[in-house]
Design a protein around this ligand. Structure first.
Ligand SMILES: [Fe+2]
Ligand SMILES: [Fe+2]
Length: 185
């Protein structure tokens, strides 16, 4: 395993793995986590936030498209899934179930916290890979606008307050931790 750093992006790489490969694997797992969050939220939002159902459906369709883009590129490169893939699924389903139960503000606060972290990491990834991996950058750039849209639409639903701040801090820290582990495991 070789540690490699590029434009503030550090990773512990397996033999024969590039930084772009690792980013694709970690982001693929993250998109799967996002699909699981939204699917779990959707199951409960039927009762706790029915007015958000169509928005959640759109988010699920977007996250499935993102996951498929990363999966296709990983397959093209002969790279396996990240070891964090099932972890993202479990944590995503747990987080989606808990926040789905808590209702509309918890659902939107979760999206805002996750997407804020994701957007920052994706900007770092694009900067780090711009010279070395145009194929990865193309996918990241394609996805970025939809992640920004999720963030902005959900942020518009939020009234602010202590509970929202607490949830935001917890979800952002959990998202950071999953990405950190994926890049260094
Ligand atoms: Fe996504
Ligand atoms: Fe998203």
């Amino acid at each position: 395993m070789a540690a490699r750093a590029s434009a503030k992006l550090t990773a512990r790489l397996a033999p024969g793995e590039t930084l772009g490969d690792r980013v694709l694997r970690v982001d693929h797992a993250g998109e799967h986590g996002a699909v699981c969050v939204y699917r779990a939220q959707r199951r409960l939002a039927r009762w706790t936030a029915p007015d958000l159902l169509s928005e959640i459906d759109e988010y699920i369709a977007h996250e499935m498209r993102h996951r498929a883009l990363f999966a296709a590129e990983l397959a093209r490169r002969g790279q396996p899934r990240c070891l964090s893939y099932p972890v993202c699924a479990t944590l995503g389903t747990l987080l989606g179930t808990l926040t789905g139960l808590l209702g509309r503000h918890a659902i939107s606060a979760t999206t805002v916290a996750i997407e804020r972290v994701v957007l920052r990491h994706m900007a770092q990834q694009i900067a780090a890979l711009s010279a070395s991996d145009p194929a990865a950058v193309l996918i990241l750039t394609d996805i970025l606008a939809e992640e920004q849209e999720h963030h902005d639409r959900s942020a518009a639903h939020l009234p602010g307050g202590h509970f929202q701040k607490l949830l935001d801090t917890g979800v952002a820290a959990a998202t950071e931790a999953v990405i950190w582990i994926g890049m260094r495991r």
